[in-house]
Design a protein around this ligand. Structure first.
Ligand code: BES
Ligand code: ZN
Length: 457
């Protein structure tokens, strides 16, 4: 019944998703604060319309959190907590988009818009699955709770405290998150490991103000050069991170795990074509999918200083800076890694400039989910039904900070049931969500609730 409802309404669901995608809910940009709020209100209205009984937009010191529940399955039934985020990364046409990022269009079987895959489209698939269940005369086999936040892309700043303060409200039997991808459209994959992240900014100060590079160049250490010299010493020639202590807490990969991970590995040529770089790079003793999923990294996210506009300017800049982040694997902890990297950078700093290292967020630790739980069985079954193929298990290089909070604060098993594809262009230009993945995602979410409802959790 519910599945037929989805089939009958899929065109309407897509039109609704387009409306949500038109709202530029960019959490990092203060000028979009009202848009972020508008996206929350849009979703709350839809959650009310589909029959969720309690729907609230709950304030935080940052962007609001949406909470919605339907407990009509009764106190003896299982409760599924669905987490997602309605905030998106920044996007501008000038970044290389073929069309406006907040004017969704469907092209070649995919929906193009910022947030289509990460994460509006994926979380919306769950809302539409819930709609299908509730439309069926309230016959849902499970109780449903939605927790949809507006700050995931900026590190889920206020969500940890929110969860601690609302433990009772969020009580559930399982938490499901669809905010990840699979390597190919016909091979479903369940993510069992995510990397953690910690970010920092390095500021290098030289002379008191910008100088004439002819008058002073050669006798003043150029901060942009000093920064480049420091950055050049953060990696070893073999691609590993040169920060002392960086690998101290890294757990080795077992042969069994390596064998399992190989099953979801993309062919190198296909991977390279997707990436568009001349060659792969990194730790040669690890396969590419191990480098991105199971090894820690130190990445320069951006660097700037001096004159970067068109034309030429003979200037010796007063300041240069870089933003750096590290992706972490078990058992690395964000604060320790931050300390190691900061110590190393300050050690490398020459006395000719002044160097400051400032954390950019509190960071989040790596997350692992237990693959031996009944909830995981339910999700394997759901994918097998939705995709007609048994899922493989994989590790992902991205981070979802709240996963460890759900596990530690709420004691919940977490299922990372992504409906996206790794090459959806998340965070980059021309982000898209394959329409067929949206449709299958809704059915798979339904199969998951049905399997959990049968008590197999
Ligand atoms: N959807 C991603 C997380 C993700 C990325 C999962 C790739 C699996 C594969 C999420 O929206 C995201 O981008 N998270 C941020 C978190 C950060 C700001 C703390 C990330 O990974 O950079
Ligand atoms: Zn993201």
């Amino acid at each position: 019944m519910s599945h037929e409802f989805v089939t009958a309404h899929i065109d309407h669901f897509r039109a609704q998703l387009f409306d949500l995608l038109r709202i530029p809910s960019v959490s990092t940009s203060p000028q979009h604060t009202a848009d972020v709020r508008r996206a929350a209100e849009w979703l709350a209205a839809d959650l009310r319309r589909i029959g969720m009984t309690r729907v609230e937009i709950m304030p935080t010191e940052g962007h609001p959190i949406i909470y919605a529940e339907w407990l009509g399955a009764g106190t003896h039934a299982k409760t599924v907590l669905i987490y997602g985020h309605y905030d998106v990364q920044p996007a501008a046409k000038a970044d290389g988009w073929h069309t406006e990022p907040f004017e969704p269009i469907e092209k070649d079987g995919a929906i193009y818009a910022r947030g289509s895959s990460d994460d509006k489209g994926q979380v919306f698939a769950h809302i539409k699955a819930a709609e299908a269940l509730l439309a069926n005369g309230g016959q849902s086999p499970v109780n449903l709770k939605f927790l949809i936040e507006g700050e995931e892309e900026v590190g889920s700043t206020h969500l940890g405290d929110f969860i601690t303060a609302n433990r009772e409200m969020l009580r559930a039997d399982v938490c499901v998150i669809s905010d990840s991808g699979m390597p190919t459209a016909d091979q479903p994959a369940i993510v069992y490991g995510l990397r953690g992240i910690v970010g920092m900014q390095v500021d290098v100060y030289g002379p008191a103000q910008d100088l004439h590079s002819g008058t002073y160049g050669g006798a003043v250490h150029n901060p942009a050069q000093a920064l480049a010299e420091i950055i050049a010493k953060l990696h070893n020639p073999d691609g590993s991170v040169a920060v002392p202590g960086f690998y101290d807490d890294v757990l080795p990969l077992s042969e069994t795990e390596r064998a399992e991970l190989r099953q979801s590995a993309l062919d190198e040529a296909i991977w390279l074509a997707q990436v568009g770089a001349p060659q792969p790079w990194g730790e040669a003793q690890y396969a590419i999918h191990e480098r991105t999923g199971a090894r820690p990294t130190l990445e320069i996210n951006g660097m700037a200083g001096g004159f970067i506009e068109t034309g030429m300017k003979g200037v010796l800049p007063a300041r240069a800076f870089a933003k750096i982040s590290c992706r972490l694997v078990a058992d690395q902890q964000p604060d320790r890694i931050l300390q190691h990297v900061r110590d190393h950078i300050l050690n490398l700093a020459p006395p000719t400039v002044r160097v400051e290292v400032t954390p950019l967020s509190s960071g989040s630790g790596p997350a692992f989910v237990d693959i031996q739980t009944p909830a995981m069985q339910a999700s394997i079954e759901a994918y097998a039904q939705g995709w007609g193929k048994r899922p493989v298990f994989m590790r992902e290089g991205g981070s979802i900070p709240v996963v460890t909070d759900f596990q530690q604060e709420l004691g919940l098993p977490v299922i990372l049931m992504g409906f996206g594809l790794n090459n959806d262009g998340a965070h980059g230009p021309n982000e898209h969500f394959v329409t067929e993945m949206f449709r299958k995602g809704i059915h798979t979410a339904l199969y998951f609730y049905e399997a959990v409802g049968k008590g197999r959790n």
